[in-house]
Design a protein around this ligand. Structure first.
Ligand code: ADP
Length: 358
């Protein structure tokens, strides 16, 4: 109904337009003929003039109609068609179909601007479908990671209900529940941290503090672990390196790097930490003589939920290095990884003392 009224409105506009054009041109022609006849002293009869006026009017009407039809065809091919294509693709996107792409316009005389709009549109659709994949992958990963410790807790809980249970078994099962619930709580904490770092604008809280002291304190938190595994600790930490940065965000980085180094280093191995100031650059290195990783694993370690070494999967959730990378990006820093399977890994973090955003 709406379309029909638009059509009749359009046709009415065109008719008025033709009549107007034909009228104006006929008037101009008559004026020209009367000026010509008076200057050349030719006399036209009334009949001649009215015949010429009618003929001119009809001719102009016909010619302007022809041009309008040609213009409508041109507009349909060069404007309406690309606009309709973009519109229908946009409607599909609003319905959640991010796979839609618009073909570039190749019609002669087509406005190049449309191809630029189509290129941007396709890029936007690609970005959206990437984000959608990430979102669904993320939900799948989170659900999986949540289910595993919950299943462990359920199993241990059921086993604890057995009537005649030795003290040893009771302790083992309740420890299992405690470990699984700790894992769950770590996972949720990491997801919340990552969500905060990714989805909210983080304004680092700059303060001057001693980075050497912070590194030593972070390392000391793993004392139990290195003693249990008899790991040698080597440090080459420059004294009193005072920096102006976000203490809390950086401690997240050091904790994750030390935690991985301890986790992936076998009994009797070595973990070393170094801190150097080079001009206004700070370089922190955490190295270990652990299992190392292949280049294929190395290419994915900063992805969320990626775990290259599944033998340690119960002691992590694949979010640690994703968090580290996000913090380093916020600090406009850089992280470099070198690793050789069976020999060990080295993580070097370099950043400027004060972020440009300060
Ligand atoms: P998680 O340690 O919880 O599995 P991370 O994001 O911290 O998750 O690490 C992702 C993966 O990177 C690990 O599963 C492991 O394969 C690899 N990785 C990280 N640090 C080291 C390291 N020091 N030595 C060997 N592999 C490592």
């Amino acid at each position: 109904m709406k379309k029909h009224s638009q059509w009749s409105k359009g046709i009415r506009h065109w008719i008025v337009f033709f009549l107007l054009v034909a009228f104006v041109i006929t008037c101009c022609l008559l004026l020209f003929v009367s000026v010509l006849s008076s200057s050349l002293d030719i006399t036209f009869t009334k009949e001649h003039i009215s015949k010429a006026a009618k003929l001119t009017f009809i001719n102009v009407l016909f010619i302007s109609f022809l041009f309008t039809v040609l213009d409508i065809i041109r507009r349909w091919h060069t404007v309406n068609r690309p606009v309709n294509k973009i519109l229908s693709a946009a409607q599909k996107i609003t319905k959640g179909d991010f796979s839609v792409r618009v073909e570039p316009v190749n019609t002669p005389f087509a406005d190049e601007g449309f191809n630029k709009i189509i290129e941007c549109f396709n890029k936007m659709a690609e970005e959206l479908s990437g984000t959608e994949t990430l979102r669904t992958d993320f939900i799948a990963n989170v659900s999986h990671e949540l289910k595993t410790p919950l299943a462990v807790m359920q199993n241990y809980g059921t086993m604890l209900q057995q009537p005649e249970l030795s003290e040893e078994k009771r302790l083992e099962y309740s420890k299992g529940i405690t470990d699984a619930s700790r894992r769950l709580s770590d996972l949720i904490t990491n997801i919340l941290k990552l969500n905060k770092l990714e989805n909210q604008q983080i304004f680092p809280n700059f303060e001057e503090y001693d980075l050497s002291e912070q590194l030593c304190e972070c390392l000391l938190q793993f004392e139990n672990e290195w003693e249990k595994k008899n790991i040698n600790i080597e440090t080459d930490i420059e004294d009193e390196v005072k920096i102006c940065s976000d203490r809390e965000l950086l401690s997240l980085v050091w904790n994750n790097l030390f935690s991985n180094a301890m986790k992936f280093t076998n009994e009797g191995g070595t973990v070393s930490a170094s801190l150097k100031r080079n001009g206004d650059s700070i370089i922190v290195k955490v190295e270990d003589t652990g299992c190392g990783m292949t280049p294929e694993v190395g290419a994915h370690i900063f992805e969320k939920f990626y775990q290259g070494d599944t033998s340690h999967s119960t002691r992590g959730n694949g979010l640690g290095l994703a968090l580290v990378k996000r913090v380093i990006d916020i600090m406009h820093g850089e992280i470099r990884v070198e690793s050789v399977v069976g020999k060990g890994s080295s993580f070097a973090v370099e950043f400027k003392e004060v972020s440009d955003e300060r």
